[in-house]
Design a protein. Structure first.
Length: 275
């Protein structure tokens, strides 16, 4: 099992942010804003899913996972809170959060489904966030020009996503989740997650009056589809989830570990739990 440490990030998110806070780049700012808008509802869904999934396990298995799930919940709750503060600035800037509205509607419609489906959906989404997190840690230039507190927010979030990438997956397997439904769920999450982020990004760009600017699309093509762009450069890792013997631990987390070591001055420890 994993040891997960809950951290309190030492940044001030009370000061306002600029609409194009990511180095003045309209597309990169909009893309990260769209992701952030999805986080509070998404993180709460992950928390609820693993908490309820844990309750379905026999006592011995429940004890085996209890500490790690507690650490997972602690990290996700911290992400939810900080991105809620970040999103409040986006609201003040006039950006409409449609991605959260759609996510909450889906959660309500599917609330009564088998708990393995919710944990499987969490595991699938966590694979996406772990892929993106590792890419961000390999490409800190994606945040070039952003003020230090926002660079810290995003890279810290990335580091913790890599750190707890195995929790929901292992819980899904322990609950008796099978390969077939794991893959079907992952394909569904792929369409929904990428579709939602794309729609929200476009909405932000429209509200920012930068949707039809050549500079916006040039940035988008480079960021998403260059040789090592965040989409094109991660196709192999996306496909990895489809393998029968896949496990999230196969994806390296060296950069996450190193970032947390190198940036200890940016956070304090709230607690650690060992599984």
């Amino acid at each position: 099992m994993s040891e997960l440490v809950v951290r309190r990030l030492l940044i001030d998110l009370n000061a306002p942010i600029q609409a194009r806070w990511c180095g003045g780049d309209a597309f990169r700012s909009a893309f990260f804003n769209a992701l952030s808008m999805s986080f509070p509802a998404g993180e709460q869904y992950f928390i609820d899913s693993v908490r309820e999934g844990l309750k379905t396990l026999p006592e011995v298995e429940r004890q085996k996972f209890a500490a790690e799930v507690q650490g997972f919940i602690g990290q996700e709750a911290t992400h939810r809170r900080l991105h809620g503060l970040f999103n409040a600035h986006l609201t003040q800037l006039g950006f409409t959060n449609e991605i959260e509205r759609r996510a909450l509607a889906r959660m309500k419609a599917n609330a009564g489904r088998d708990k393995r489906i919710h944990v499987g959906s969490t595991a699938a989404t966590e694979h996406f966030t772990a892929i993106f997190a590792d890419w961000m840690l390999r490409h800190p230039e994606a945040l070039a020009g952003a003020e230090p507190r926002l660079q810290t927010l995003w890279l810290w979030h990335c580091a913790e996503e890599s750190e707890h990438r195995c929790t929901a997956f292992d819980l899904y397997k322990a609950m008796g989740g099978d390969q077939k439904h794991r893959i079907l769920t992952f394909r569904y999450i792929t369409v929904v997650f990428l579709g939602d982020v794309l729609r929200q990004t476009v909405r932000i760009l429209w509200q920012d009056k930068s949707l039809f600017k050549w500079s916006t699309w040039r940035s988008a093509m480079s960021f998403l589809f260059s040789r090592d762009g965040i989409i094109r450069g991660n196709v192999g890792l996306w496909r990895g989830y489809l393998a029968p013997d896949f496990h999230p631990s196969q994806q390296k987390a060296d950069l996450s570990t190193q970032w947390l070591v190198d940036n200890q001055a940016q956070y304090t420890l709230v607690g650690s739990v060992a599984g």
